[in-house]
Design a protein around this ligand. Structure first.
Ligand code: DX5
Ligand code: ZN
Length: 236
């Protein structure tokens, strides 16, 4: 059945001096999540926002807060992000050992928060195998994590397709999210490959009309999803 793509604008690209207005704007424009990029200056070179921001956003937000942890030792901070009011929390495979990853995702899930796992562009999808069946969402990074406004890495759509295949083979269907360099040109590529959730930073917040950007990205992505669905149907 056709499901429209979900859009998750990243507030890393928002006007931080007018965050409330930007959150209102994307909410009223029909965004599905508020994507919060948490960076610690260790796991990635950049240092961004953290628990106090999530804590203040949570009671105000009318759409779920999707917290993307690009931090070392995420297991130490996860309880605080849960407490702060995150609706979903994404942990990177590269940040923890496999047993720690499993434990951390279990802890997120047990608290009633959605759990997700992410891989960087250079990480093989095999790294997802131990947790594919337990996560609500898989995030495929289409840029090297650390900064907004980078160019989509060619071939990331093929990686998305490979992750979709892997999930199907394992009999599970977590949401597939893509993050990095997503805009009008790249959204159809990843949507066609099976992405369900598109993170957009600059393509939304640096647009002249962010609400129109959300609508346009959703439209081109949905057209690509529909095309992929009918191609699949034709094959069956
Ligand atoms: C990159 C972040 C992304 C990024 C997206 O490390 O995880 O969420 O800010 O920004 P754009 O869409 O501008 O690439
Ligand atoms: Zn992100």
């Amino acid at each position: 059945m056709f499901q429209p793509v979900k859009i998750a604008p990243s507030i890393l690209s928002a006007d931080l001096m007018a965050l409330k207005a930007d959150v209102d704007l994307i909410t009223e424009a029909g965004a599905d999540y508020i994507h919060v990029d948490v960076m610690d200056g260790h796991f990635v070179p950049n240092l961004t926002m953290g628990i106090p921001v999530v804590k203040q956003l949570a009671p105000y937000a009318r759409i779920p807060l999707d917290v993307h942890l690009m931090i070392a030792n995420p297991e130490k901070q996860v309880p605080w992000f849960i407490e702060a009011g995150a609706d979903s929390i994404t942990v990177h495979t590269e940040a923890v050992s496999v047993p720690q990853l499993v434990k951390t995702l279990e802890e997120i899930r047990a608290s009633g928060v959605k759990c997700a796992v992410s891989i960087k562009p250079g990480t093989d999808i095999e790294a997802l195998a131990p947790v594919v069946e337990m996560v609500d969402m898989i995030l495929v990074m289409s840029v090297e994590p650390g900064f907004s406004g980078q160019s989509f890495i060619a071939g990331s759509d093929a990686k998305v397709a490979a992750v979709v295949q892997m999930c199907r083979a394992m009999g599970c269907a977590p949401l597939i999210q893509v993050d990095g360099g997503i805009g009008l040109r790249t959204a159809p590529l990843v949507a066609q490959a099976g992405a369900d959730v598109l993170v957009c930073g600059n393509a939304v917040f640096k647009a002249d009309d962010p609400a129109a950007a959300i609508r346009d990205i959703r439209r081109v992505a949905d057209e690509a999803r529909l095309e992929a669905l009918s191609a699949e149907g034709a094959q069956e």
